[in-house]
Write a protein that binds this ligand. Sequence first.
Ligand code: GLP
Length: 243
Amino acid sequence: MQSRKSPLPRYYQLKEIMREKVTSGDWKPGDLIPSERELGEQYGISRMTARQALTELVNEGLFYREQGKGTFVSRNKITQQLIRLTGFTEDISARGQAPATRVLSMHMIPATEDLAERLRLHVGQPIFRLQRLRLADNEPLAIERSHLSFIGCERLLDEDLETQSLYRVLESRYGIQLIQAEQELEAGLTNEEDAKLLNLPIGSPALYTRRTTYTNRDLPIEYARSVYCGHKYTFYTHMLRNQ
Ligand code: GLP
């Protein structure tokens, strides 16, 4: 540590040292940070102090933790613009990364009261439910839980949704025009199930979205609840102040 006499708390000094290592390029995105024990030995501080510095940098988004692997320097975040209606595959490809999908489950379910209201159906009407893990360059980024309803939507059960984009399938195979969407965004912490799928410790920062997508007749076609890794995502929007 620079100075025991410094008026700054020691965890804070360590935070600034680590931040400097990232800014100077000494530590690069994706690099593994030394463990609490190693930092403690290297800087002559307690593990508790090292932990506090690491935790704060994780909370600030500069570092992220992976379950059972350690703490790493965050990569540049994925920016999802909230101006044009785009799907996951388009967003990731636009960044020059390779999108991938793991279908976790898909089946037909009867509409619950909430889903019926969101998709403008009657309670009990059949809905296609799709749960997917979405990855970019082999790294898990999001879990998407989609609910779709249109005449013949059960045919989606036969589609290969691991290699095909859902929006593409809807548009090119089913002739459904996707016109607009509404999306809500909320901060939260991952529960056990989501943390496991996203390879994160339980209680990691996450962004929760709820999106309803409409077709040309202004009919809701998809209602999706998604959870995005907090340290990997930025949402961008552009605002005009009209008269
Ligand atoms: C976004 C939306 C989902 C939608 C998905 C389609 O991520 N949040 O509601 O299902 O895009 O993406 P793709 O066309 O890659 O399947």
